[in-house]
Design a protein around this ligand. Structure first.
Ligand SMILES: [Zn+2]
Ligand SMILES: [Zn+2]
Length: 263
């Protein structure tokens, strides 16, 4: 059992040395699959549970390659979870025998199970997994996008991944004081507020305004920065005072413990 979450990829784009969103939440489970190959190497095949926040390419890009790899090495399906719109997109636009073979139908050579199993989650419903619970919370990004509250021993971390302004996120945080940490999207510098609105992401200035809705203290981390704007976003994170508690701008490889007392 691991007692932390690890950002295999923390960025809002992929470059030679930066990975896009993927967060390991147990030995075999991740939220999003933007950086499994570089983040885990050969251990990628240990992953059999993927919770998707939404179907944008920077969050799902390693799933087809994971399917292609595990078919020779395992005999149990990779379970891919998400809200209905996300699961429909994966089925219709990725595993459709055009972009990639339909691994939801293709079976392992040594078993009657399909390589990929797609499973629809219900919003605001808590699911008990081996060593954590996970609850999808609606975000404001794509149709059917969500973030996740993950808890171990009743200590919670809320990862929104991509989101624009939303009352639901802050209501949740205000009403559940077992959540001690928020990891939230800031993709662009504040001068690009129109781009942020059109693509439904936050800037430091927008996050500062959103933080007015938060009624209690917690750790606020930033995720999903576009690497081309890194210097400016670092500067503005200070200027707008949006990092709180232990919060930082997350980098690939960073970990956050479930136990709020463990730094
Ligand atoms: Zn993204
Ligand atoms: Zn997105």
């Amino acid at each position: 059992m691991i007692d932390y979450i690890k950002f295999l990829g923390a960025n809002g784009a992929r470059t030679k040395d930066k990975g896009s969103t993927s967060i390991q939440i147990s030995k075999r489970a991740v939220i999003d699959a933007g950086n499994l190959i570089c983040g885990l190497g050969e251990n990628m095949v240990d992953i059999d549970t993927i919770f998707l926040t939404h179907p944008h390419l920077d969050h799902i890009c390693d799933i087809p390659f994971l399917a292609d790899e595990v078919i020779w090495k395992k005999d149990k399906p990779i379970k891919v979870y998400g809200l209905k719109d996300t699961i429909d997109s994966i089925k219709n636009h990725i595993f459709n025998n055009q972009i990639w073979p339909d691994f939801t139908q293709i079976k392992f050579p040594n078993s009657d199970k399909s390589v990929i199993e797609l499973i629809i989650l219900e919003i605001d419903t808590t699911y008990d997994m081996d060593d954590f619970t996970i609850t999808p919370i609606k975000t404001n990004h794509t149709e059917g996008s969500c973030g996740y509250v993950i808890k171990q021993s009743n200590q919670g971390i809320f990862v929104t991944a991509d989101t624009y302004c939303s009352d639901i996120i802050w209501d949740r945080l205000n009403n559940d004081d077992t959540i001690h940490t928020l990891c939230i999207d800031v993709s662009f510098p504040s001068q690009y507020d129109k781009l942020a609105k059109d693509s439904k992401h936050l800037t430091p200035k927008l996050l500062q305004a959103e933080l007015q809705k938060l009624t209690r203290e917690m750790n606020i981390y930033i995720m999903h920065i576009k690497p081309s704007f890194a210097d400016k976003i670092y500067e503005e994170a200070k200027e707008y005072n949006v990092l709180k508690g232990n919060g930082t701008i997350l980098q690939d490889g960073d970990i956050i413990y479930f136990d709020r007392l463990k730094a």
